[in-house]
Design a protein around this ligand. Structure first.
Ligand SMILES: [Zn+2]
Length: 246
């Protein structure tokens, strides 16, 4: 078995030799950017204590439809509340992207950190907090409009409720986005997975058709599915990336 410094050297070589890299960015990147994972057991507990519902229930399309006032109370506080700034790992990905070797950046995060950090070719599978629209007339609204609204944010043209631009539980990922992500993985000579693990639905679906042997995982927490990656480096993504991207 390789030790960690050998793995770091090997992943660095693979990145150097690759021409078509897919980068997948998971929730760990949000945490490194100052956010919380509301689906972690600690946060789930806090949320259930406070709201008497699980984060899954509160972020569901059913709850948005049935209890829109409570949905937005939760959404504004827990999703839009934390003040996030792109962690250094995004700058490393941007440097890698500047070499022209990155096919796509795929993420389930919707906090706009990728865009704020200047990344391009981003496939945001779960949408983006900035892309809000009126459910009746389709008018678009910036995130500040939702943040500053009292109660349920309503369209200033037609008065209908505004729909946040993120995927809710009970909804399926837009087919075109999924196809784009899967195709990129099929074409890739390397998949670089950051801040999540192999049990992540995004990773499972997208890498299902990846036929190569250069699937590298960089993540802080160990997980029993780590063995499904070809290379695993445990550590803060922002600490590891500068060592593997020249
Ligand atoms: Zn409207």
């Amino acid at each position: 078995m390789m030790d960690q410094s050998d793995t770091i050297e090997r992943v660095k070589e693979i990145i150097e030799d690759s021409q078509k890299i897919v980068v997948m960015i998971g929730i760990g990147a949000v945490i490194e950017s100052g956010g919380e994972n509301i689906w972690s057991s600690r946060e789930c507990y806090r949320i259930e204590e406070f709201y008497h519902k699980s984060p899954d229930e509160m972020m569901s399309v059913g709850y948005y439809s049935a209890r829109r006032d409570k949905f937005f109370d939760f959404y504004k506080r827990e999703i839009l509340g934390p003040d996030l700034k792109p962690a250094s790992l995004y700058e490393d990905v941007r440097r890698l992207q500047a070499t022209g070797k990155v096919l796509k950046v795929i993420t389930q995060n919707y906090f706009d950190l990728e865009q704020e950090a200047g990344l391009s070719d981003v496939v945001g599978l779960h949408g983006n907090i900035k892309n809000n629209h009126c459910t009746h007339c389709g008018k678009e609204f910036p995130v500040e409009y939702i943040r500053e609204s009292k109660g349920v944010p309503l369209c200033d043209d037609c008065g209908a409720p505004i729909r946040p631009g993120v995927l809710l539980f009970g909804e399926t990922i837009h087919n075109d986005l999924m196809t784009e992500a899967v195709n990129a993985c099929e074409e890739a000579d390397m998949v670089l997975i950051l801040g999540t693990n192999m049990s992540d639905s995004m990773v499972r679906y997208c890498t299902g058709n990846y036929a190569g042997e250069h699937l590298a995982l960089i993540t802080k927490e160990e997980h029993y599915t780590d063995r499904f990656a070809d290379y695993v480096i445990h550590g803060k993504v922002g600490d590891v990336l500068p060592k593997v991207i020249a």
